[in-house]
Design a protein around this ligand. Sequence first.
Ligand SMILES: O=P(O)(O)OC[C@H]1O[C@H](O)[C@H](O)[C@@H](O)[C@@H]1O
Length: 873
Amino acid sequence: MIPLGGSRALSRPLAALRPCLARLAGGGGSGGGRRGSAFRGFLGASSGAAAAGLSLAAAGAGGLPSLAAAGYGGSGGGGPQPGQFGHPDRRVTDILLVANVLMFGLQSLTNNLVTVWGVKANALIHAGQWWRLLTPAFLHGGLSHLLVNMYSLNNLGPVVESTAGPRRMLVMYLVSAVAGTVASFYGSPNLSLGASGAIFGMGGAIAMHFYLNRDIYGSRSDRVLGSLWQTLLLNLVINGANPRIDHWGHMGGLAGGALAALLLGPRWKQTTLPTARGRWLVDAAPVPWLRSSPKPLDGGRGRLRDSPQWRALQEHVQAIKQTQLKDLLQEEARTDGLIREAGGLYMDFSRQNATPDTLKLLLELAEAADLRGKVDALFSGKHINSTEDRAVLHPALRAPRDAVIEDAGKNVVPEVWAVLDKIKAFTERVRGGEWKGVTGKPLTNVVSIGIGGSALGPLFVHTALSTEPEAMSQAAGRSLVFLANVDPVDAVRALHGLDAERTLVVIVSKTFTTAETMLNARTVRAWLTERLGPEAVAKHMVAVSTNLKAVAEFGIDPENAFGFWDWVGGRFSVSSAVGMVPLSLHYSFPVMERFLQGMRAMDDHFRSAPLHDNLPALLGLLNVWNSTFLGHSTTAILPYQQALQHFAPHIQQLSMESNGKGVAIDGTRLPYETGEIDFGEPGTNGQHSFYQLIHQGRVIPAEFIGVARSQQDVYLQGEKVSSHEELMCNFFAQPDALAMGKDAATLRAEGVPEHLVPHKTFTGNRPSLSILLPELNAFTLGQLLSLYEHRIATSGFVWGINSFDQWGVELGKVLANKVRAKVQEARSANCPLSAADGFCPSTVRLLNRFLQQGQTQAPAPGAGPSFPPGLKQ
Ligand SMILES: O=P(O)(O)OC[C@H]1O[C@H](O)[C@H](O)[C@@H](O)[C@@H]1O
């Protein structure tokens, strides 16, 4: 709002108004009384319209995400865009824009009679002309005044409309308009007019909405509120001292809009409904009059598929299908646009079936799926593992000592470091020979018992560092083996030839109930005690678990146990005591601390780098692109580095257990496939095995991982290149072979016989990406692992699934319990199973055949364990 005056066009009608005002104010002529003089003072002032308008362009148009974009409202997930005049989701805004413009036309046509009739004039309001509390909001003092206000309304109106709905938005707008005039009425004697009080009200309503619903929006709320504060401050700085602006009107409007939003809502609460599946958002606004109906809380999954961003990518698939990598790869600018680097990791995804447009569309999809908000929710300890009501805080495992990361209001970092300090002290005592076995010998062999997440990650890291010079020297004279499978053959493999007197056993199990791990733990305990007596447990067995009670029940002193927390998923637990205890025993704590630092560096990058340059986010988005849009269900992980031999099996669990889901996070069935089938082998071994299929059979996006400097290199006299260079030549050749292919014409030109041409043709156009590390050491290994952890989380966030639970592994376990009971029953009764045992005919036959052919005998009561020959030495 601006005080009225200055405008020459208005001076005549205003002059006509003056005596009337003066009379009502109790003054005489043109100057009596406070209001009369103030009025006179403003007649000479300029309208100042341009300065008075509220410009929230950054926050309103680009910066403010709409609820629709978050999947909570509007149509189709994209939300009305401020520029889209005529869009059905911003009808009220458009009506208000038109109304203001029409009123301005009327002001001009009537030579400002309309202005005189409607302007805020305190004396006339006192005299009973109450319409003047509303009408000033539809009048303007000049064209620039109108334009600035309409620009602001065009930015903010659609945001309020998409979050609150059209009717509520209209009410809020009118309430703000009146609140602005009322404040001006009490605070300022001047005549004033303009829509900016109402528009400030829109800002207040947005701020209140995002403040009240910050649980739902997460960090998005903080961004919106921050943006609004900035705009408001900017406005105060620019216009604060400007006497031609009706600050009372602005502040009144702001407060009116905020109050209206507080009372009218929407105020979303998460809940379940008796009549529907999944979780819902219910509007609990204090004034029920305009409440919204409940909305499914799915973060936009189902609707994400119907969103313009999703549709744009679907349409884009057709465009991409017209392209060939052999052509695309000739484009220098495209190549530049599809290469990124962070922390020394170089990532080239120019061999994806993608263009910079694909990238742009994928980033828009990420925005629509609120990827940034979900990443922030992960790092800030929100319980995003909703089916288990747990935070997902594995980044806290490698956070610096002074970081603050909270779960349920409690900083978890001190606990993390308490355990790390304990690991450091313990592993140094063992490695230094201070902690001895029961026979007084130092413990130089470690057996780590665990399965799944409690084995695969540590095994991968162990192998990766076993040839790295520093780690290798730290591990001199020591051994580390992993025992995962309940297959007794695995126990023999792990224990055969080990000297029990020098062996330390680490039982690693998050739950300490996993059947395989616990049987292996009992087996190894029997193996130890048989050789060293029952007192061996105290000196030769330690545990890593979240279940310290079960650890104590097993017979391990809790002092010798290393805890972690339910906010660490098993497959994300390498950087907890799960990996840190066995690996620090083997490689020393300082080496493993560098591994944690590498992970932290990539965590920081993931959290802070813009998505456009964010390596894990880009990898995750490309997975979604390949798997969901292009329909490639498999990913090949191909490290050209033997030390990464166990990388693919670890990623297999990390990815497939996380993202192999059939329902969205709210339990609704997904309308698209998620997850990917991961497999891989180090190059060049894989080339002589399954590469045939990826070159000429199915299309399988491949991820090549290479290392510039080898951990160990050999360069023989007379060889053209070193052995590592030989390896890396293949790393560079294979992606081009997949992308470029070889056509029939080339083959014929080479003189290939016609009947072999089809067999020797390579179609090409097969996607891959290449990651190049400077070298493979503890730090870069940490970076690589964190890159993949976050890439997998990114895909899951975009797919809208819970990547952090694993209900799919339960059914088989339950059935195995039943089989176990029946096998025992049948063996002790010496009687075959039948249909009455509750199995299908196929299983009955299989089990009976197994019982008949198997030679297992239960040990006699009181007899020792029945160890196979492999465990007898
Ligand atoms: O660490 P534990 O509790 O023994 O669990 C070991 C593994 O078993 C489960 O079945 C899960 O599928 C894995 O995610 C987990 O890592």
